[in-house]
Design a protein around this ligand. Structure first.
Ligand SMILES: Cc1ncc(COP(=O)(O)O)c(C=O)c1O
Length: 379
């Protein structure tokens, strides 16, 4: 019996060909022909006016923090239920992440609590669309506009996700993508910054290119390039961009397969969940999720470990997710938490994610569904 992994990168078919092509060329560094193709694909697909590939979503978030000139004394509102990167990208600039609780239906930042956390030091809100289900962007935009804050979307989960027909990642001034091996499209490690504000593009290119105006030089607009601003090295190799482009070219197929898995879980687990008091991931009206994740909320914390162990005995890897950042040692040392994040604590203790990747077979899905439905909660 094969082990059913929680996540696996999907080899869609063109990967070896594109990587071989990149290797035969002379441009192994960043911003080569595959980088250009992948960037064009991304802007066309998402509708974002500008995109820059980066070495990770974490680096794209750091780039955003540099563009917003964050520094000591500044505060950024972030959800307490997120990956560390949303907060480290703030803390690395000496600014303070301010942890705000989430809404129980979507696990996204609660706008009312975000509004209450604004101070005269707040510079931005970094929101996350958890599992690619849109956060309440309209309410968060209203708060940002009322206080002159920037809105940044941590869009790590959300390629292929929409709100009222508009692709996620096009609502904030900036948004960040991830192509980490666990994401719907992957090149091992990688990311992108989507830039929806034209005024930020030139500086973003400079910061990504070690603080130099090399991009302007390559376009022939200046004779020599030089150090003009803050910066770091956030360009991925064109070989990684080739791998990414192969995945982009198969995106529709990857998404069809992933949605098939998600729909199967939803339909086959609904009865069991109702009986056992578990709650399946829900997607409110108007929000189109990208089948990045399928999670359930168990009725009690004991059932989180209980279900994970029960599936492990059947060689199926299911897993919990983020641990509350406000309670983490670095969160307490580097962040601020105005109000207790009780929904985050509860969600973190009860959430279980099921295996979801494009390589799952019908037999694998039968095993997962049988495994879950044989579990009895400890009610
Ligand atoms: C919400 C969120 N932001 C950022 C990241 C970091 O992405 P990367 O590994 O590309 O830096 C993750 C990782 O899974 C994530 O879940």
């Amino acid at each position: 019996m094969n082990r059913i992994l929680f996540s696996e990168p999907f080899r869609a078919g063109l990967e070896s060909q594109y990587v071989a092509e990149a290797l035969q060329g002379m441009n192994w560094q960043g911003d080569g022909p595959f980088t250009q193709r992948a960037t064009d694909w991304l802007t066309t697909y998402t509708g974002a006016p500008h995109a820059l590939l980066t070495t990770s979503c974490t680096h794209a978030l750091e780039l955003a923090s540099i563009l917003l000139d964050l520094g000591p004394g500044d505060e950024v509102i972030v959800p307490s239920f997120t990956f560390t990167s949303t907060a480290t990208a703030v803390a690395i600039r000496g600014a303070t992440p301010v942890f705000v609780d989430i809404e129980p239906e979507t696990q996204n930042i609660d706008p009312q609590k975000a509004a209450a956390a604004v101070t005269d030091r707040t510079k931005a809100i970094y929101l996350v669309h958890y599992a690619g289900v849109a956060a309440d962007v309209a309410a968060l935009r209203a708060i940002a506009d009322a206080h002159g804050l920037a809105l940044v979307e941590d869009n790590a989960h959300s390629l292929g996700a929409y709100l009222d027909g508009q692709h996620l990642g096009t609502f904030g001034e900036l948004a960040t993508q991830s192509w980490h091996g666990t994401k719907n499209v992957a090149c091992g490690e990688g990311g992108a910054l989507l830039i929806n504000n034209d005024a930020m593009v030139e500086r973003a290119e400079i910061v990504r290119e070690k603080g130099t105006n090399r991009s302007v030089f390559l376009r022939g607009a200046v004779d020599k390039y030089t150090w003009v601003d803050q910066g770091s090295s956030y360009l991925p190799s064109d070989i990684l961009a080739a791998l990414l482009m192969a995945q982009f070219d198969s995106f529709e197929r990857i998404q069809d397969l992933r949605h098939g898995v998600w729909d199967r879980y939803r339909s086959d687990l609904t009865g069991w969940a109702a009986e056992q008091g578990a709650t399946l991931m829900s997607v409110p009206e108007g929000r189109q999720h990208p089948a990045h994740m399928f999670y359930l909320l168990m009725p009690r914390a004991e059932d989180q470990g209980g279900l994970i162990a029960h599936l492990k005995e059947r060689d199926i890897v299911a897993t919990f997710h983020y641990q509350p950042l406000d309670a983490a040692p670095a969160g307490q040392a580097l962040g601020r938490t105005p109000e207790p994040c009780t929904v985050t604590a509860d969600t973190a203790a009860r959430l279980v994610r099921l295996p979801l990747h494009a390589g799952l077979t019908e037999q694998d899905l039968d095993r997962v569904v049988t495994g879950v439905t044989e579990y009895r909660t400890r009610a």
